[in-house]
Design a protein around this ligand. Sequence first.
Ligand code: EPZ
Length: 426
Amino acid sequence: MEKLVVKGGGRLNGEVEISGAKNAAVAIIPACLLTKGVCRLENLPDIKDVKLFLTILENLHAKVCYIEKGVVEIDCTEVDCSEPPADLTRKMRGSSYLMGALLGRFRRCAVTSPGGCDFGTRPIDLHIKAFEALGAEVDCSYDIIKINAENITGSNIYFDVVSVGATVNAILAAVLADGMTVIENAAKEPHIVDLSNFLNAMGANIRGAGTDTIKVKGVPELHGGTYAIIPDQIEAGTFMIAAVATKGDVTLKNIIPRHLEPISAKMLEMGARIEECDDSLRIWVPEGTKLKSINFTALPYPGYPTDMQPQLVTLLTTTDGTSTAREGVWDDRFRYVSELRRMGANIRVEGKLAIVNGVPNLMGTTVKAVDLRAGAAMIIAGLMADGTTEITGIHHIDRGYENFESKFVKLGADIHRLQVIEDTGV
Ligand code: EPZ
């Protein structure tokens, strides 16, 4: 087991290169199952969830060639299995996309209920609604979800709740269907658009991604090609907040400013300054600036991202005055607050609302990463705190951030990774 040791008090300064988007990669990798030929993916982040997905595809007899850092070639022509290994698929939420991809390719599949971060219930009723609308029969009476279809026929699908995963799965299941599928109340996240752009580059016919109505006209087959994954909106936002939290001056390279607008808006509201170029963004806090308390609600895109909620709440813990954070997507995404309280934060949680009363400073102690984005928030808290903070549970962080601590060290942070000798209890 490992932990991170973070020494607080320093300012982040310099440039950081943002990696490819995790949530685009975990949708595009399974989408390769729908193609015949070689798909060359570029700007892939070197993170655990990507490595796991590539291993799952190899288990399905896909050929995966690791060309160079961030570049793989995947050939799914010979894939002949629609039952991915349960011990692997159970480890991440993104494995639910195998249902849509394998159903689209083979008209059947058997996939375990997906894993992923724990924010309360993570249902898949909307995924199932989409598959059944397309003509499939779904049996989820056991931990293995079995899906079968004589044919996949285009249909109208209306999502009662905006769901990234259900939108991805509906697209994957529909690209090779007979006829037109119209997905309404679709998710609009950048990674939905990236998936659609990838599939269209491989010969699909998808229109409207990024709006709440997506039309997928089924095509007979998809071919291979080359595609570069978009930069990670959430990694970029995490570094933006870390820069403001340490009153630093950081330039993010390889980003798409439009994807960061909801985060930039809140940082500007607090008193930070931002300069944008085509594929970079500089964020800093002018000397003597007193950051302002704010209120925010985490919502589906283009709202403020829920995957940035823990990071902003952490920043607000030492912002003078009272701020509020409303979680508009997940039932229980404040489990990390107890860790911040142990550092001296004054936060009251009432259901899906957190009320943050700013304190002069946080104190370093030992905290745990309860999930991926909460882990990132603990690093920000450690950078802000007086003294040293030790963070356990960092396997969560490694799932979604590439070379995370080394990027912070390059910006001047005092962070290092230590092996933890586990107590054998003897
Ligand atoms: C994706 O999860 C992301 N994961 C999550 O990011 C992110 O928090 C979430 O979208 C929202 O943006 C990946 O992309 C791999 P949803 P997903 O379906 O698809 C309800 C991270 O940190 N819902 O958009 O599982 C659900 O309960 C991770 O990178 C249903 O009711 O999220 C929630 O309230 C954490 N029925 C809301 O929709 C369903 O069938 C949004 O969930 C599906 C979802």
